[in-house]
Structure formats: C-alpha cells, structure tokens
Design a protein around this ligand. Structure first.
Ligand code: FAD
Length: 400
C-alpha cells in the first residue's frame, strides 16, 4: 500500500480510539485509571484490558496518545517525531514479540555521523572515523586498537565522565567528540559528571558503523502513533487526551491507579522538585530532497548551538521533493526529558519512592514515575513485568 493509504488508515484508527466513549455515558466506574498514554501507560492498559478483562480509563494531558514517542504527519506529508527521533532497538525477544502484535516493522539500522573539523565521520568512533580524521590508514582491528591505546591517557583514579573518556581514548578525541557535546547536552562539564554517566566509551576497532548492535532493530511500519492506536483499540479501554490527572482525580470513579507521570508532582513536590534537563525542538521542512546522508548528524562543536539534526525520511523510507528535519537545542527549562544523573537527585528520588511504596492501590510505572532514563524497550519490559506482578497479586488475593 502507498504511504498515503497507510497514513489515512492510521488517522482513522487514532480518531476511532480517541472518540470511543462508554455506551452508558457518564458517570461510570473503572477498575483502573491509567495516567499517561506513553509506552508505560499503553502497555499497562492493554494488558489490564485484554489479558485481565479490566475496564480501563486512560488519560493524557497532552492532546495525543503515544507519549514522547508520538509521531505525526507534518504539513509536507512527512512523518516526523514531535519529541525528537525515536529509534527502536532491543535484545528482548519478549518485548519485540509483544509489540509485533500491534505493528508491522520496517527494517532499519541506525547510523549516526558526527560533524568534526568540517567532516562527517561515524560515531561511535570506529576505524573509519580514525582513518578519516588522522589519515591513519589503519587496515585491521589490531592496528586500530594499537592506535587508540597509544592515545589513551591513563588517569590515576577514574572519578568523572571526563576521566572515563580520557583514559580510554585520550584528550584529543575527548575534546573533539565528547566535551562540547556533553557541555551542551547537560549544561555541565564532563569533569562535573559522575563516572557512572559514561561507564564505557563505545569505541570500535572494526568498521561497523551501526549505532546499535541489538538483535532487533526496526521502526514501526506506519509509525509509533499508529502502533499505540492499535494497542489501545480494545472495547474495555476508554482514552481521553487533553485531560490532566488533577482535573479528574476526585471526579472519576476507579479502584486502582496506574500512574506514569512525574513522581514528585504526584506528591505535590513535597520534598522539592526532581531536576530534569530539557530540549527545544525546531521542526523544519527544507526545500531539498535530502539534507544529510543518515538519519542523525551530531554536532559536538560548542560553537554550534544545537546538538543534533534528524532527517526523518531515513527512518520512514518516505520520498518526495522536500525533506523534514528537527534541530535539537538542549535547555534547562521545559518538558522533563533527562533526569540529571547526580547522587543528590537520586537521593531525593528515593524519598519520593518511599512515599510511593506506602501509597495504597497505586502503581508507579515508566520513566517519569521512576526518575530513570529508560529506552522504549526497557519501559515496555518494566510495564509487562509490573502487570505480571499485579496479576499474581490479584490471583493470590482471590485464593486467600
Ligand atoms: P512518556 O512517553 O513520557 O509518557 C508519559 C505520559 O504521561 C506523557 O504523555 C505525559 O503527558 C503523561 N502525563 C504525565 N503526567 C500526567 C498527568 N498529571 N495527567 C495526565 N497525563 C500525564 N528511547 C528509545 O528506545 N530509542 C530512542 O531513540 C529514544 N530517543 C529518545 C529521544 C529523546 C529526545 C527522549 C527525551 C527520549 C528518547 N527515548 C528513546 C526514550 C523514550 O522516549 C522513553 O523510553 C519513553 O517515552 C518512555 O515512556 P513512558 O510511558 O515512561 O513516558
């Protein structure tokens, strides 16, 4: 089928899911209220409804489903990712099989280039990167390993992110690829970030230029939003977008709550705000057929204000005379995207987690409720495991 057919079917399915109302009208009672229609909320709702036979109301305060994975056709008819590029990859057969019930896949292996010294070279650093930057003419893994080893600068005690990288690849590569990017991304120098943030620098001595090496790498064939629409398309599920938990907390009747929003917000920030780093996305359509050779080009140079540029045609396989791209600008304020990895923030989260554990009839799932940076597959895995726990608990209480 053509892209237009797929898109039309996808929009129809989404509207149908969002428009569905319970037959008896309000007021109604739900077994579960699910706050958030991202991966965590959608997986929980699907399992509770389809496997558990529960009646579920899913709300999201954004005007759409799919959380941060939301994709949408722009004015040029190109599918773009509203909240930055989302590339699906996993080693979990369970997660891949589960999602495959709701989408077909487009085979896709992610490749990223970094623009340094006026050249676009593969990242993670591989033999091609070294040859391009240093005219090194390295022809084997051994030669590349020896080249990196000669540049590595042992650090007596590895404490910070900077130490991790410098001790692996040396100052020059650290400055070229890592220092500026990190300063822009986090607003912090790598020497101020704990070594755990960069436990390992993925450098390669071969010429494998794939960004990920996971077993399963693919994009949902009709996009993420269409996949979410299929997940939520169940007679036991009602979806309402543009609805904040605060608005319905006391008016909707439900037995149990699945909360996938920010944990500090749930507790009215009683211990203070959990810090996040944010991003500003600038979506543009350019009057050229192709803008860059791969989906993502990184800009580690601190003089360039954005961190990376994504061109969506590479992800979707769409074609046409114009192309849509997104520039990403790191920001202090805005939507919560990246938990800031510092020990005092983790300690603050633990105080909220203690409150969460004592909260009856509520489960906290997903990246915002657990204050962790998770990839999509990890959130799906976390939600599937949470559902299994709830089910076992319910079965045990029925037997009791
Ligand atoms: P979310 O998707 O954030 O969903 C939570 C939802 O809850 C939101 O829609 C929010 O509006 C809603 N909500 C919150 N509070 C309330 C409330 N009070 N009332 C109503 N609704 C509420 N992962 C990958 O695997 N590959 C990638 O390439 C990748 N790229 C990423 C790029 C960026 C820029 C970012 C920030 C993340 C990326 N991720 C990627 C991670 C991915 O976005 C997350 O794993 C995923 O979105 C987590 O799903 P979630 O349901 O936990 O959270």
């Amino acid at each position: 089928t053509s892209w237009d057919d797929t898109a039309a079917r996808m929009m129809a399915a989404i509207e149908q899911v969002i428009a569905r109302k319970a037959p008896g009208g309000e007021p109604e009672h739900y077994d579960y209220l699910v706050v958030g229609a991202g991966f965590a909320g959608a997986v929980m709702a699907e399992r509770l409804a389809a496997d558990g036979g529960k009646r579920v109301l899913v709300i999201d305060r954004r005007p759409h489903i799919a959380g941060n994975a939301y994709d949408v056709e722009d004015a040029a008819g190109l599918l773009i990712h509203q909240y930055g590029p989302h590339i699906f990859h996993t080693n979990s057969g369970e997660v891949f099989d589960y999602l495959s019930r709701f989408t077909a896949w487009r085979p896709y292996e992610h490749r990223v280039l970094a623009e340094v010294r006026g050249q676009q070279v593969p990242i993670p650093i591989n033999r091609t990167t070294l040859n391009a930057l240093f005219d090194a003419e390295l022809t084997s893994d051994e030669e590349a390993a020896a080249f990196l080893a000669a540049r590595a600068e042992p650090v007596e005690q590895v404490r910070t992110s900077a130490d991790v990288v410098i001790s692996a690849v040396g100052q020059e590569l650290y400055k070229l690829f890592f220092r500026g990017y990190t300063r822009k991304q986090w607003g912090l120098d790598p020497s101020e970030l704990d070594k755990a943030v960069t436990a390992r620098v993925p450098t390669r001595t071969n010429t494998d230029d794939r960004y990920f090496t996971d077993t399963y790498q693919a994009m949902p064939a009709a996009g993420y939003t269409a996949m979410f629409a299929a997940m939520l398309d169940h007679p036991n599920i009602t979806v309402r977008t543009g609805v904040d938990f605060a608005e319905v907390r006391d008016s909707v009747s439900y037995d149990q709550l699945v909360y996938t929003g920010p944990i500090d917000e749930y507790f009215d920030h009683c211990h203070g705000k959990l810090p996040y780093r944010s991003l500003r996305f600038e979506h543009r359509t350019l009057d050229e057929e192709q803008h860059q050779p791969v989906a993502v080009v990184n800009y580690p140079d601190e003089l360039v204000p954005y961190t990376r540029v994504t061109e969506y045609k590479h992800l979707t396989g769409q074609s046409g005379p114009v192309t849509s791209v997104t520039f990403e600008y790191p920001a202090d304020a805005g939507d919560p995207y990246y938990p800031i990895p510092r020990p005092e923030n983790q300690a603050l989260f633990k105080r909220y987690e203690a409150l969460a554990l004592a909260e009856p009839n509520v489960v906290f799932v997903g990246r915002l409720a657990t204050y962790r940076y998770y990839n999509m597959d990890q959130v799906v895995g976390q939600a599937l495991a949470t559902y299994r726990r709830l089910k076992a608990r319910d079965e045990a209480s029925l037997l009791a």
